[in-house]
Design a protein around this ligand. Structure first.
Ligand code: SF4
Length: 410
């Protein structure tokens, strides 16, 4: 069951509680370049990112935040909430650029690098005070690459005096959670309410990250103080590695009801767009049945029983047709847009699993296997409706799909 965390309002987006798990992403443009940053935010929003974070790191970047907001508003993206990511100098920038502080919908701060020694609490308090004055939520994002060294030293020293000391790894995980909870308590003491705080404890090793979030959830439950949680595997890696590692880590936590918003951080490559991380988040949530963004196409992997080439082409054609047509369907049948996103389509390779899988889909096709009769039965809502034949099977099936959507969602 999902943790009943506080609901935090970020711009117009609700995060936590019983609200849908929110997809977020982060730009990698120079924030001082307002046009490029606004352009990338639009790309991410179009791909389905419901919140976008950008770094606010210099005196050149900070004053551009209101300009970025204006560009987005002028282009019809006034609803996309913007998050400022602050490290080291966030307290100074937020004080020196009040318009930027007002424009952002949330501040992300890292308790490991807001300042050291006496300066830590002062700088942290400055950021929290500005958040309160502007009525903004804050994400306290602990990252093991920049874990509060004073706190870690304190906990390592304590651990070394135990009769049975814990491993260094265990102490680090405990320190991650402690850093998040101590910072949240301090923020609340300063006056920021619980429903303005989101926590994260990101690590880069799947098992460690899972343990950190599980421990955080356990402690929050014990304290009966449930902050909304942002999930992410930090430094997840390039391409497939990043997607699979993140999905494993996030999937296990989401399955336990831990997590209110997610990001899949992928190392960019010259050939892959930034929007890939948004696609990865949506695919993960949809495959777990937690959100529905677009019709689900179930297709078998194909094997020696079927004509692989034709089968692959059909599966690919159905998928790309849906990607292309979905915005049109959503506009044309706007009242039923949610239902369209839940549509189940099956494209199966042969008679082994084809008819069975087809019965669970709204509309399905099962191709003939190598030794089977050269006809492709089509099923609608589990019932056989007709058989298709010849080279135009993909076009005919897509037409049947179009007719189905028209009949059921108009
Ligand atoms: S449904 Fe048929 S073609 Fe597809 S994997 Fe199973 S046996 Fe192979």
């Amino acid at each position: 069951m999902r943790l009943n965390t506080s609901t935090v309002l970020v711009g117009g987006m609700k995060i936590g509680g019983k609200n849908p798990i929110v997809v977020q992403s982060m730009t990698n443009t120079d924030t001082a370049d307002a046009k490029s940053t606004a352009k990338q935010i639009i790309e991410l929003a179009d791909a389905g990112s419901e919140i976008v974070r950008m770094t606010v790191n210099t005196n050149l970047a900070a004053p551009k935040v209101p300009e970025i907001r204006k560009i987005l508003d002028a282009k019809g993206y006034e609803k996309i909430p913007l998050i400022g990511d602050f490290h080291f100098n966030g307290h100074t920038l937020l004080e020196d650029f009040p318009e930027m502080a007002k424009t952002l919908d949330k501040y992300r701060i890292n308790p490991g690098n807001v300042g050291y020694g006496d300066k830590h609490d002062y700088n942290f308090s400055t950021i929290i005070r500005i958040a309160i004055e502007n009525d903004k939520p804050v994400r306290i994002g602990v990252n093991w690459g920049s874990l509060d060294q004073d706190l870690l030293t304190e906990m390592m020293n304590k651990n070394s005096k135990l009769i049975k000391p814990k491993s260094d790894k265990e102490v680090i995980i405990n320190a991650m959670v402690e850093s998040a909870l101590r910072s949240a308590t301090l923020a609340e003491k300063i006056g920021l309410s619980q429903n303005k705080i989101i926590l994260s404890v990101k690590m880069s090793i799947v098992q460690d990250m899972i343990k950190a979030y599980e421990l955080l959830a356990e402690k929050m439950l014990k304290n009966k103080h449930l902050y909304a949680l942002h999930l992410g595997l930090t430094e997840a890696g390039v391409g497939m590695q990043g997607i699979v590692s993140s999905s494993a880590a996030l999937g296990i936590l989401l399955q336990q009801g831990i997590g209110d918003t997610i990001r899949i951080s992928l190392t960019p490559t010259p050939t892959q767009p930034r929007t890939r991380e948004v696609e990865a988040c949506k695919t993960l949530l949809q495959s777990m049945g937690l959100r529905h963004f677009k019709p689900q196409v179930t297709s078998c992997p194909g094997c020696g029983r079927t004509d692989s080439h034709f089968f692959q082409e059909l599966a690919e054609e159905v998928n790309s047709h849906i990607t292309k047509i979905l915005p049109i369907w959503q506009k044309k049948y706007s009242k039923n847009a949610d239902k369209i996103a839940e549509l189940k389509i099956a494209v199966m390779g042969c008679v082994v699993n084809g008819p069975g899988e087809s019965k669970h889909a709204d509309i399905a096709i099962s191709l003939p296997g190598r030794m089977e009769k050269p006809v492709a039965p089509v099923y609608i809502k589990g019932k056989f409706v007709k058989s298709l034949q010849g080279k135009k099977i993909p076009q005919q099936f897509i037409q049947l799909l179009e007719d189905f959507v028209e009949e059921n969602f108009n």
